[in-house]
Design a protein around this ligand. Structure first.
Ligand code: ZN
Length: 152
């Protein structure tokens, strides 16, 4: 298995806005996706964003257990809508080992993205999947889950 090292907070790459991916035929993209999936699985994550493995690219992967319609790869994703209804759940991040906090997130989220071949698709997530969409899309904008804490 080829796994990548996961950056731990603080790291400058975790705070950068990720670049859009335009070349879907680049073999480095396919190997990055494969390595990200293996890294996420090896670390029991629900999702992993490219900046977490020090690649400032607009790409995240989602665990196949929660992947909607088989879509586990989200490239150049855009959150289309997020419900006003929210849920509070404990949330963690592979870039914050051992840290969990209760975070309020929309309970229903619509997302548009491209798959590993560049084909556009849209998906709707509720509950843990909506949370994963928002958490991972945040990573691509340099936003981390601790930024949503407002108790302090
Ligand atoms: Zn994270």
């Amino acid at each position: 298995m080829a796994t990548r090292k996961i950056l731990q907070d603080p790291h400058p790459t975790l705070r950068k806005t990720a670049e859009q991916i335009r070349d879907f035929s680049d073999p480095r993209l396919a190997s990055l996706i494969q390595e990200m999936k293996e890294t996420m699985t090896a670390n029991d994550g629900w999702g992993l964003a490219a900046p977490q493995v020090n690649e400032s690219l607009a790409l995240f992967v989602i665990a196949k257990e929660i992947a909607p319609g088989g879509h586990a790869v989200f490239i150049n994703p855009k959150i289309i809508s997020a419900s006003k209804d929210t849920e509070v759940e404990e949330e963690g991040c592979l870039s914050f080992e051992g840290r969990y906090s209760e975070i309020t997130r929309s309970s229903r989220v619509e997302i548009e993205a491209q798959d590993e071949h560049g084909k556009k698709f849209s998906a709707t997530g509720t509950g843990v999947l909506a949370r994963a969409f928002l958490h991972e899309a945040d990573h691509l904008n340099g936003i981390l889950f601790i930024d949503h804490l407002h108790e302090f």
